[in-house]
Design a protein around this ligand. Structure first.
Ligand code: SF4
Length: 770
């Protein structure tokens, strides 16, 4: 009824290693809400259950070729296990899961029992520690007290002081704060900030339509107002720390993933194992009704695949289709996603908007209307700690791509501003820039979507350099970008836009054909679902929506597959930046062929390398058909200035799957090189590699290694499946890559960051069969 993505994998597993707690917080959903299953379960997870759970996770990671999985130790209070049992638990997890995938272990604790001994142990097993804290002492004491009513605040602050020590700082993943609207929002935010956490997350107290949240008599959207106040302060402070709730809304505003099950339409990829070995859905469902999270399966009887396919999870992985009618029609559904699933429950079903609907809607509109200043591009500020490690993961890492996308967004914004800064006052370009900045306030998601188009950056770079099609369109093309964003937002606007060679192009929207105009400037009036274009004596009106079939109008077309949409980019004049000639506009039959091949290729990618599918879903924006060369050889390319764009000649689905993964590796490498020096430019090198006859510079070799390692990985998987000829192809790519790694190491031409990336890629490959 609610089909999830084909063969979608679970990647996060919450293990209830100890189901009792040393605190008695009255807002705790484990003990104080509808589900009371904790009463009949053992207090601790036994070693047998733990090992069976670890085995199921390893089995799942192997089946789906997962680059990494997360295991979160949870309770109750996981530290009640004590150091010795904790050591055995961590050792068992690492022993069983580490050999098959990268295991990230996390823990959510109230912090009361955290000690140096525990910290040493958690450091030894590389465990990330999240601590719950609801604010300053008064705010925290509202709920987070011992059974005898005593405050836990002092003990928690002691734990945080430990985690701030240099030796343990890297363990700390952040603070988790449950909102109570009786507390002063800015006061809570500042007390959390004072602890210098690496990240803050705010949770709304679990509630349903049957058991609604407490609200003050005066405030219909008190929770939304509370979060808006925190957001405003955080924004005014220049976003001093990541706040997951706000970062998620800003990401989805730009079409990115939400990164949390609380918001957005990302498929849920989490399952819980209880102390007795029962598989359950997310803990938050405990708030709905007794037995709500149950699946009827255990780690002894069922693999994780069965849990992923269970009706409850399938619905929560079905995106928009699994939402109530009201949510599906909601203008902010892409960002809200109906809120947390548990919060939709009432009168026996989940077909409602969230019980926090009005709060969420108000918050989302407020965030969209008041976006923060773009994060500055900090080329000199070093990389996030684990970015290189994540990018080295052989099967992909969505979080890393999201970081690259954020950096690219900042770069494109800086380039657009650079173009605008060179404009004289008044004139078409200045009007376009003014419209774009106004739209950025009113419809930031639309501006973000257009600015993320690979060939907007390509235009800006050429325009600033005074070369190519960018120079030919000039700074007035800012009007085209603004008109495209206005069209996306449905906002009426009137702007001057350049026409070149009889074509007026709005990026991501389409092209108006004006052959009688040649090179000129046209006035474009963007209306709801239409464009009115006037150039000299010529006036053309085209419908841009589904009804648009004017011979003057060539709409941008999408390639759609399952849960991904990519532009079939055969109209943007700035796509000609790939060193290979782009093809002309495809006819309907050609576009349909590409659509079918892409859909089939996407099925192959999600099946063979689901981690790369996650990456591509996050970062791939456009596919440019290339003109086929005279000898009919298939070709593909990425461009340094067009992150998320891949150009390729038409091919079959299996080859397209490989080339998308291959070329996107180059896109990732280009984006990484934008923010990090990987190659020591003082050492000229010419390195011979297996895939090219001519000696290559170090940067090109690093590119090749990164891309060919991913290709080798695909063929390794195909060889595992006994696909004809796969073994030979796997060996060829593996050997080329391994030899190039050796040559690049010997050349000693990389920076420490580049060397680390190379070492990690080599380490991943060392696990592969010979
Ligand atoms: S704001 Fe309300 S109606 Fe809109 S998606 Fe969220 S819960 Fe549904």
């Amino acid at each position: 009824m609610f089909p999830g993505p084909a063969r979608a994998a679970l990647t996060e597993f919450v293990l209830k290693v100890h189901s009792r707690c040393d605190l008695a917080c009255d807002h705790c959903y484990v003990y104080e809400h509808a589900d009371q299953s904790w009463r009949r379960r053992p207090a601790r997870m036994t070693p047998e259950v733990l090992r069976a759970a670890a085995g199921r996770i390893a089995e799942h990671a192997t089946t789906h070729h997962l680059a990494s999985v997360s295991v979160i130790l949870h309770g109750g209070e996981p530290l009640l296990l004590g150091p010795e049992r904790m050591r055995r638990t961590l050792a068992d997890l690492r022993r069983v899961i580490d050999p098959v995938t990268r295991l990230r272990i996390g823990m959510q604790t109230n912090g009361v029992l955290l000690s140096e001994r525990f910290c040493d142990l958690l450091a030894e097993y590389d465990v990330a520690v999240g601590v719950s804290l609801d604010g300053g002492r008064d705010a925290n004491d509202l709920h987070r007290r011992f059974r005898n009513g005593a405050s836990s605040h002092e003990q928690v602050l002691r734990a945080l002081a430990l985690l701030r020590r240099p030796a343990y700082r890297r363990l700390w993943s952040g603070l988790l704060c449950t909102v109570d609207v009786r507390n002063d929002p800015v006061g809570v935010y500042e007390s959390l900030l004072a602890q210098e956490p690496p990240r803050i997350d705010f949770l709304l107290p679990h509630a349903t339509w049957d058991a609604p949240p407490w609200r003050p008599e005066t405030g219909g959207t008190a929770y939304g107002g509370w979060l808006r106040a925190v957001y405003d302060r955080w924004r005014a402070d220049g976003r001093p720390v990541p706040v997951r709730l706000f970062d998620s809304l800003l990401s989805t505003a730009g079409g990115g993933p939400s990164g949390t099950e609380w918001l957005g339409l990302d498929p849920v990829d989490l399952a819980v194992v209880e102390t007795d070995g029962e598989w359950e859905q997310a803990d938050s469902l405990k708030t709905a009704y007794d037995g709500a999270p149950a699946t009827g399966m255990t780690v002894f009887s069922h693999p994780a695949d069965d849990v992923a396919a269970s009706p409850g999870l399938a619905r929560r992985r079905s995106g928009r289709a699994g939402l109530s009618g009201e949510c599906r029609r909601c203008p902010v559904v892409d960002q809200c996603g109906g809120g947390l699933f548990a919060h939709r429950y009432g009168v026996g079903h989940f077909d409602h908007p969230s019980v926090y609907c009005a709060d969420l809607k108000g918050l989302i509109v407020h965030v969209n209307d008041n976006p923060p200043e773009p994060a500055p591009v900090r080329l000199d500020a070093g990389l996030p700690d684990d970015l290189i490690d994540r990018l080295a993961a052989s099967a992909g890492d969505r979080v890393a791509i999201r970081r690259l996308v954020e950096a690219q967004t900042a770069i494109v914004r800086a380039l657009l501003r650079g173009v605008a800064d060179g404009l004289p006052d008044g004139g078409a370009g200045a009007d376009g820039w003014a419209a774009l900045t106004e739209l950025d306030r009113r419809a930031p998601g639309s501006v973000a979507r257009v600015a993320a188009h690979p060939y907007v950056r390509a235009w800006a770079v050429d325009c600033l350099a005074g070369t190519g099609t960018g120079a030919r369109h000039g700074p007035d093309y800012l009007g085209a970008i603004a008109a495209a964003a206005a069209s996306d937002a449905g906002t009426p606007v009137r702007l001057a836009v350049p026409v070149r060679a009889g074509r007026l192009h709005l990026p991501t929207v389409g092209t108006v054909l004006l052959p009688e105009v040649g090179d000129d400037t046209a006035e474009v009036h963007v209306g709801p679902g239409s464009l009115r274009v006037t150039a000299g004596d010529v006036t053309v009106v085209v419908a841009t929506g589904a009804a648009g079939d004017s011979p003057r109008w060539q709409p941008a077309r999408a390639l759609v597959a399952d849960d991904v949409t990519v532009l079939l980019e055969d109209g943007d004049p700035h796509r000609d930046c790939h060193r290979l000639p782009p093809g002309e506009r495809l006819d309907d039959a050609g576009a349909a062929r590409w659509a079918a091949t892409f859909e089939a290729a996407w099925g192959i990618i999600t099946d063979e390398v689901p981690g790369h599918a996650e990456e591509l879903r996050t970062g791939l924006r456009a596919l440019v058909p290339l003109r086929r060369s005279g000898d009919g050889v298939s070709e593909a390319s990425t461009a340094r200035q067009a992150f998320g764009g891949v150009a390729a000649t038409e091919t079959d689905a299996g080859s397209l799957a490989v080339l998308l993964v291959h070329e996107f590796q180059h896109s990732k490498m280009n984006a990484l090189l934008d923010i990090c020096d990987l190659v020591d430019g003082t050492r000229p090198t010419g390195i011979t590699v297996g895939w090219r006859p001519d000696p290559r510079p170090a940067e090109a070799v690093l590119h090749g290694i990164y891309a060919h390692a991913a290709v080798a990985d695909i063929w390794r998987i195909r060889a595992d499946r006994r696909i004809d000829g796969a073994q030979a192809v796997y060996r060829r790519y593996r050997d080329w890559t391994a030899e190039a790694i050796g040559a690049l190491e010997r050349a000693d031409a990389l920076t420490p960051a580049g060397s680390r990336l190379l070492r990690l890629v080599a380490h991943s490959m060392a696990q592969w069969p010979s």
